[in-house]
Design a protein around this ligand. Structure first.
Ligand code: GLC
Length: 475
């Protein structure tokens, strides 16, 4: 066997033989990391996290192991909260204890953070499963439809703010510790867009569904995309406009809705954007936009078609332009730049795990690589005639080689520290599931079947709206 083949075989064995766990005789998902000698008691890496299982389920779908995916979705659905205050949310993670599945909705998490992304991923995963298998019967089943309904009632309830974004507390997604990511962080908004389209796609198959709810779901998705493109997309040109806006405006027809002062626009953006780069910024809040670059939110923005094909190309240009920072020795840096000094002290609450260049605070996470690879491969699949910068293909290969050479040697570590991502993360787990399966996905999309890059395609909003109108006319 070549070295490459043996690495793939090792990675698959770790996932299929060790990470996947059974409950009552059937697989319910994979633990976040394999246990290791000297594990501190009380850590939750032995639990099944919904977000960490996204790449696992995707890989299982690609491998035709669709039963496990359906069972995982059903298990999560059984754990969807029906309590008055949390009705409709899905847990961050669950674990078997004394013959029962115990879920964590945030009531056990470190710092009691809630994970909003888990809830948003469920409809997206359900859509992926139905797309790939054609299992309409499952999609139309009363349990799935009422799960979707509970989810939409949670998301679409009246609120104080008019903006179509979802307002969340700090640490509500993959970055599940304080890092000044409260408000309307990009990753949550992009996942919300995906979850709304996926829910609508799944509900449209089912005529008896609540049509009023479906209509609100479609309207929200439309407004959300428009809003993200208007407020989050930045490039050289948009920055020039932002820098010259008036402040202290009042009323309906103003340009600086969030009363953002020019001084809030950081100077590092000049180099970061280069000539042709563009990206979705991290967060929009009154007077306090967050211009940090977040890798996952941007890749999902491209994969889900929040940004246009042209903007996707600008995003890839930006990654190439900042390859030293974003890829370094271990793709990909989670966000850029880190919070430093007084900002780190105040905004993270002296969080020692999130020191500058560490963990969530600009550390490097191999589990993020497949999202970028998928974004690029998906672009190439959908726009085969478009000419991409040849550097992009070189970059893809570099990413693959770095992972292939480093990960088995570094025992599939969870994350890497330091400005280059050379050092294994100070508190990194080894044999981390999404590191392993993320590598398998990179391998699959680059070397095995680039055509599978449509796996995370969402239903198209215009098609959904058309189908909705047709259904209305039929009833
Ligand atoms: C850490 C990460 C989180 C991940 C969990 C399990 O809490 O911050 O994103 O889901 O570990 O791997």
């Amino acid at each position: 066997m070549t070295k490459e083949k043996s690495v793939i075989a090792l990675a698959e064995a770790l996932i299929f033989d060790q990470a996947l766990v059974k409950f009552q005789g059937a697989y319910v998902g994979a633990v976040a990391a394999l246990s290791q000698l000297g594990d501190a008691p009380g850590l939750n890496y032995g639990e099944v996290f919904i977000r960490d299982n996204v790449p696992v389920m995707l890989y299982l779908l690609l491998k035709g192991k669709t039963e496990i995916v359906r069972h995982f979705l059903n298990t999560c659905l059984q754990l969807q909260s029906s309590q008055f205050q949390t009705r409709g949310i899905f847990p961050t993670s669950f674990v078997e204890q004394e013959g029962k599945l115990i879920a964590d909705y945030g009531q056990r998490a470190i710092g009691r953070v809630v994970s909003v992304d888990a809830t948003l991923w469920w409809p997206i995963l359900a859509w992926m499963y139905v797309q790939r298998t054609g299992d309409q019967e499952w999609a139309c089943s009363p349990t799935v439809q009422s799960g979707l309904q509970r989810f939409l009632e949670l998301i679409l309830h009246p609120q104080f703010r008019e903006a179509p974004t979802l307002f969340v507390p700090d640490g509500a997604f993959m970055i599940d510790r304080p890092l000044d990511v409260w408000g309307a962080p990009l990753e949550i908004q992009v996942l919300l867009y995906g979850a709304l389209l996926s829910s609508a796609g799944l509900m449209l198959h089912h005529f008896e569904g609540d049509q009023h709810l479906l209509k609100r779901c479609l309207d929200r998705a439309r407004r959300l995309r428009h809003y993200l493109l208007k407020h989050y997309w930045v490039n050289r040109q948009t920055i020039q406009v932002l820098r010259r806006r008036p402040t202290e405006e009042y009323g309906d027809t103003i340009t600086n809705e969030y009363n953002i002062q020019t001084e809030m626009i950081p100077h590092w953006l000049q180099d970061w954007l280069g000539a042709d780069g563009g990206f979705l910024l991290g967060n929009i809040r009154t007077g306090r936009p967050d211009f940090r670059f977040f890798t996952l939110g941007n890749c999902l923005g491209a994969i889900f078609g929040v940004i246009s094909p042209r903007q996707q190309r600008a995003l890839f240009e930006l990654v190439i332009h900042n390859q030293t920072a974003l890829v370094g020795q271990m793709p990909m840096r989670i966000c850029h730049p880190p919070l430093n000094d007084e900002e780190w002290r105040r905004k993270t609450g002296y969080d020692r795990k999130n020191l500058p260049w560490c963990y969530h605070n600009a550390g490097h996470w191999p589990s993020l690589s497949w999202y970028l690879v998928l974004a690029i491969q998906s672009y190439r699949k959908h726009y085969p005639d478009s000419i991409l910068d040849p550097q992009i293909l070189i970059l893809l290969n570099q990413i693959y080689q770095l992972l292939l050479q480093q990960l088995p040697r570094q025992r599939w570590a969870e994350y890497f520290d330091g400005p280059n991502g050379t050092w294994i993360g100070q508190q990194a787990r080894l044999n981390q599931t999404w590191t392993i399966v993320g590598f398998l996905l990179v391998h699959h999309f680059l070397k095995v079947c680039p055509d599978d890059a449509n796996i995370l395609d969402l239903p198209v909003l215009k098609d959904l709206e058309r189908k909705f109108e047709t259904n209305q006319n039929l009833t």
